[in-house]
Design a protein around this ligand. Sequence first.
Ligand code: SF4
Ligand code: SF4
Length: 373
Amino acid sequence: MNELDHFLEAADQPERYGAGIKAGGTPVLGYLCSYAPEEIIHAAGVHPLRLFGTLESTLHADSHLQAYCCSLARGVLETALDGTLEFLDGAVFPHTCDTIQRLSDIWRLNTPFDFFADVVHPVRLDAGFAREYLEDTLQRFKRELEAWSGSKIDDAALARSIETFNTARKRLDDLYRMRSRDPGCISGSRVSSIVKASMILNRDELPGRLSRLLEEIESGRYRTGATDDRKRLLVAGSLCDHPDFYSMVENLGGVVVWDDLCTGSRAFDGFIDPSGDPVKAIARRYFERRPCPSKHLSNTARAEALASMAEEHGVQGIIFFLLKFCDPHAFDYPYLKEYLEAKNIPVTLIEVEDSLPPEGQLTTRLETFIYTL
Ligand code: SF4
Ligand code: SF4
């Protein structure tokens, strides 16, 4: 099996992979947001598994959630209630958007898992004491994990985890930059599956796997035949678990050369300083990485970040790919659109629920947008 197949298989069947890790004797904790401190979970000898939910019917979850919850929250709760996640030892809920905060209570009261933790991040990253507050929050989470696992998480273990995550994030950044320079080196749908798999695979093996994968890509074996005249696009939003979307864009003469997704570049953005106090360093990354709209850094931080990514990667248009009922992203969209269009960066909005809009409708909208660029 080549390296790419490992990534594609894990992305295709995350629960099967998580169950395999658990069967091998490693406890598994789920999380559904990139603000979960994976490094601390990993340093405790526990496997952090990002949860993506299901695209199937959500009958169990529907009896607990209001109709206006996003499909991510609904799908993840469904997999907890229908037994798909029975191998999990617990879950970690960073308090970010309102939906995740409410889901956390429902999860705690209705699921049978052993471990549960809320990690209450500050909303205003620019507030005085926000850094000290987050450091305290992460220390408290570390103590909760230690009490549950029965073993101390020492600084040496945290330093090893930081090194592992820094290396893996750097390799993912290398992959994105390689594709931005040469979009035909591998398809967008495969890149999206690789990033997804990086939140599922054994993290100790991940840096090595990514290095071998980069060599495979450099050897030219995954070339798509895409030509340089494709319209260069950036996708922004929360998560995009639809590899078909990237193929559709490519079939219409575009190519996604970068993204601002929490299942994309926001998952690997930011470096953790390996010197000094490890928990403080982990906290610092949350202030230095690009914020998602559930955080406030400044009135224009997200718009400036998008404009700068667009400039750096020669982006000709931005597709906002938003989940229905995702308030943080929906509230940001009008001002981002205005800001970016004033800078001559065209934008379009695609709203999805659990599945993509009907193919004909989506194709027409994407085709029109790409044609106008
Ligand atoms: S968009 Fe932000 S709050 Fe929402 S799931 Fe992603 S990282 Fe978490
Ligand atoms: S940020 Fe949006 S997509 Fe993510 S959990 Fe909250 S409402 Fe859902």
